[in-house]
Structures are given as C-alpha cells and as structure tokens.
Design a protein around this ligand. Structure first.
Ligand code: HEC
Length: 222
C-alpha cells in the first residue's frame, strides 16, 4: 500500500511538473514573421526615424565621406595624423586590398587584370595625381564603375591610411633627382637575406651606399 502511494505520488509529481509552462509558451513573434496585428503585417517595428545606432553618430562627416558638401576635400582628417606609422599601415592595407588589381606600384597591372579583370587606370596619370585625397576615400567607400566598394572590408581609419599611402606612391613614381636628396639614381638593386619561396616574403638586407654606410631603409619585410 505504501509502495502504491509512493508510485502514485511520483506519477502525480511528474504530471504536475510536466504542466509547468511558465514562459515556455508565451505569446511572441518569431523575428520578422508575418503578423496581422499591425496594419503593415510586419511583426517587427521599423526604428523611429532618425534613430542612431550606438557608436554610429558620425558627427565628423568628412572623416566618413571625404567630402565637404558634395565635393571631395583635399586634406587628411585630424583623426589620422600623417606619419611613418600611418604610411606603413596604409602600405600594408593597400598591398592586401588594392594591389591585386592596381599592382603594388599602382600602375593598374595587378594580377587580376592580367587574368582578365577590367584594367584599372594607373594612379600615375595627371588626372589622378591631381585628384583630391577625399576622392580616393570616396572611391574606396562607394566603389567606382567596375570596381566594387571596400566599405565593409576596410574601416574608415584604414581607408584614410591607404589614401595617404597612394599619395606617397604617386610621389614615388613621379619624383625628380632633387626629391631623392643625394641618394644614387638608379638606386642599388636590393639584396636579400632570404629570397622568399612564394609562400613567404623575401627578407631584404639593409641597403648600404657606396661608402658602406647603412641607409635609412625600413623595408626589410617588403
Ligand atoms: C577587383 C579589382 C580592384 C580592386 C581590388 C581595387 N580596385 Fe580600384 N579600380 C578597379 C577598376 C577595374 C577600376 C576602373 C573602374 C572603371 O573605370 O570602371 C578602378 C579604379 C580605381 C580608381 C580610379 C577612379 C578614377 O577616377 O578613374 C581609384 C582611385 C581606385 N580604383 C582605388 C582603389 C583602392 C584605393 C583600392 C583598395 C582599397 C582599390 N581601388 C581596389 C579595380 C579594383
């Protein structure tokens, strides 16, 4: 008899526990499901007009667009100082994101165009040499013709660093003897500690000038 009571008790307990459905079965919509509750049949409400996502206020519109009003500006935003670090980062990002098409020197003969992609113009033509900095920022942000935009891959900060590096590239491909400030022209061919295997980059030896002095070259990894 005692046994039977225990068994019945357990059965009752199991049933009662099974009946607990506090929040398991609440009235709610699956995300983006249809609903006839609202006139537009959408269960999800659109954000109030003018809603700004946290951290997305973008008060400094030049930093995010490269434009002053409708026109590209020709200065670097205050957030991105032009120094060696910026140019280094710009070079690294450029070689990753742009060089496959534009090539490492920016002449437009990257690997993709060599394999049939539309040929980009050289950065070293007058029109693009004179183009304002904000123009390059805008092309990266919104794309241009056959070129896709890189807004989702490259954050604004890095886009500006790439822009600064492109200007440096343009200078490097259009420099005069005076710009070289006493360096031999043409410069001595690079010498390598490690030639690189295709999977690894070559490791360059520090360059020396005629007197055997080390020149200030920081390209050991390029
Ligand atoms: C997939 C190949 C590809 C990549 C990657 C690419 N571009 Fe381009 N780019 C092009 C092509 C193609 C054009 C020419 C588009 C046209 O005229 O329709 C172009 C044009 C341009 C122009 C010239 C616009 C003009 O006024 O003629 C600039 C500046 C430029 N790209 C910058 C960049 C930068 C900076 C990057 C890296 C963030 C980049 N591109 C990455 C293919 C590419």
């Amino acid at each position: 008899m005692v046994k039977l009571r225990i068994v019945l008790g357990l059965v009752a307990l199991t049933i009662l526990v099974g009946c607990r459905n506090d929040m398991h079965d609440q009235p709610r919509f699956k995300p983006l499901a249809q609903s006839d509750f609202y006139a537009d049949l959408r269960s999800s409400r659109a954000p109030v007009e003018g809603t700004v996502a946290r951290g997305d206020l973008r008060e400094d519109s030049y930093f995010y667009t490269g434009k002053i009003g409708a026109n590209p500006g020709d200065y670097m935003p205050a957030e991105v100082p032009v120094n060696e670090e910026t140019l280094e980062r710009g070079r690294e990002r450029f070689n990753i994101y742009c060089a496959p098409c534009h090539s490492r020197v920016g002449d437009g003969n990257g690997m993709l165009p060599q394999r049939g992609y539309r040929h980009p113009p050289s950065y070293h033509q007058d029109r693009l040499r004179k183009a304002p900095l904000g123009y390059f920022f805008d092309v990266i942000t919104n794309g241009f013709g056959a070129m896709p935009d890189y807004a989702s891959q490259i954050p604004p900060d890095d886009r500006w660093k790439i822009v600064a590096y492109i200007r440096a590239l343009q200078l490097s491909q259009n420099a005069t003897a005076a710009d070289a400030a006493g360096h031999p022209i043409p410069s001595a061919p690079p010498r390598f500690e490690e030639p690189g295997s295709g999977a690894t980059l070559p490791v360059q030896l520090p360059q020396t000038n005629e007197t055997g002095e080390r020149e200030n070259v920081s390209g050991a990894h390029q």
